[in-house]
Write a protein that binds this ligand. Structure first.
Ligand SMILES: [Zn+2]
Length: 416
């Protein structure tokens, strides 16, 4: 990347769209992050970079306050090596999770720990005004928590819909009702910081891979249920976004071509049968009156068979489609997340039954279906982690290999 690149750049070396300026530097940071503590010799060995190159990069990262020395490690012979770790206060990332009528903010330190958070109502009607509102809140949160502005590496924004991650644009969101919005450009112009944008389920899948339920999994799916139904696909440890960022629009798989109209303009999508709005409709029909899903779930748990059937039916429809995912991707784990997990106890039994009925037995043997706790902040943290992961690239030789997986490549060497 040319050194006279005029695009926004933060102290972390992240440029516009989260493309790192210095690949080798990102590899060193990623290796330290993955291992926790490493010596310079470990870094040279694991990254394939020369010892002088590793030493020069480490010194510059120490000078910038991104990493620090923490005493000595063990060595069978000779001098004990000095270990390096990330300096948590060396940089901060802001994450924003945009929803239909609100947004959640999280500021994380360099290690991904949340140090500040906030939430606000969102008027999504005018995208430009909504993004200006988000920018004001980001600035206010950073200022209020006394986070040094020069240490803020950038902002990650996660939202539902088809997002072109590289272009930083939202192509279409049925939830926000936005089309062709240059989210990254608009926020960068206001905040003068690098901004990365992604689909919210992609962001959370990547974050779970780094920090959470997908850690050490090379092939897993993150299924989000609730207001919409989305899918994050991780294959060989890498997020799969598809040709234009739209991979994982699982909620718009057609279940009934003659079914109800969907927010996307088509008919009979999975979301028309198993999303929270679909459940709300079915609950009203079963109860003969409008009910919140919380109230319906309480009644179902107390023995209302008609309402229990509504949740079970949604679980069965969902499970049948999840079986197709299992047959297509052969994942080792499926992580179910989103606000819909509040009713997981009512939905999961029939979902499991449908999976058992429709997924190939051989593919179910090593499959684990797990439910993540519902927490908006977890999604905002995931958005911040998108930004951090732009600064951290894990060398493949240092990535944990799950049994039965193959290492797909070794580190790319880039001269410094
Ligand atoms: Zn649809």
């Amino acid at each position: 990347m040319p050194t006279d690149d005029p695009r926004p750049r933060s102290p972390g070396g992240i440029t516009h769209r989260g493309v790192v300026r210095d690949f080798n530097r990102a590899v060193i940071l990623g290796a330290i992050k993955a291992a926790g503590q490493l010596s310079r010799a470990d870094l040279a060995k694991g990254s394939g970079l020369s010892k002088p190159t590793v030493s020069a990069i480490c010194q510059s990262l120490i000078d910038e306050g991104m990493i620090r020395e923490i005493g000595t490690g063990s060595s069978a012979v000779g001098r004990k090596p000095i270990l390096l770790e990330l300096d948590p206060g060396g940089g901060y990332a802001v994450g924003v999770k945009l929803m239909e009528s609100s947004f959640v903010l999280a500021v994380t330190d360099l290690t991904g720990e949340v140090v500040a958070s906030g939430e606000a109502a969102l008027s999504a009607g005018d995208p430009g005004a909504a993004l200006r509102q988000v920018a004001r809140r980001v600035r206010a949160l950073v200022r209020r928590r006394n986070i040094p502005a020069e240490r803020v590496l950038g902002v990650g924004v996660a939202m539902s819909g088809v997002v072109d991650h590289l272009a930083g644009t939202l192509a279409y969101s049925p939830v926000l009702h936005w089309r062709s919005v240059a989210v990254a450009d608009q926020l960068e112009a206001i905040l003068e910081l690098p901004v990365v944008v992604d689909n919210d389920v992609n962001a959370v899948a990547q974050s779970e891979h780094w920090f959470g339920l997908g850690h050490a999994c090379q092939h897993f799916l993150t299924l989000s249920i609730g207001r919409g139904i989305g899918l994050g696909i991780v294959v060989h440890g890498q997020l799969y976004r598809g040709a234009c960022g739209g991979a994982g629009e699982f909620g718009h798989v057609v279940v009934d071509p003659h079914g109800l109209p969907c927010d996307c303009g088509k008919r009979g999508c999975l979301e028309t049968l198993a999303s929270d709005p679909a459940l709300t409709r079915a609950v009203a029909a079963a109860a003969g009156e409008p009910l919140s899903l919380e109230a319906a779930a309480r009644r179902a748990r107390a023995g209302d068979a008609a309402l229990a059937r509504v949740f079970a039916d949604a679980g069965r429809v969902l499970g049948t489609q999840v079986a197709s995912l299992i047959n297509t991707f052969n994942p080792e784990r499926i992580i179910i997340m989103g606000e819909g997990t509040r009713h997981a106890d009512l939905v999961l039994p029939s979902l499991h039954e449908a999976v058992a009925e429709h997924a190939l037995a051989a593919l179910r043997e090593r499959l684990e279906i797990t439910v993540g706790a519902w927490d908006d902040l977890r999604w905002a943290r995931a958005a911040a982690n998108m930004l951090l992961s732009s600064a951290f690239i894990r060398p493949m030789s240092m990535v944990e290999q799950a049994p039965g997986t193959q290492q797909v490549s070794t580190i790319r060497r880039v001269p410094v």
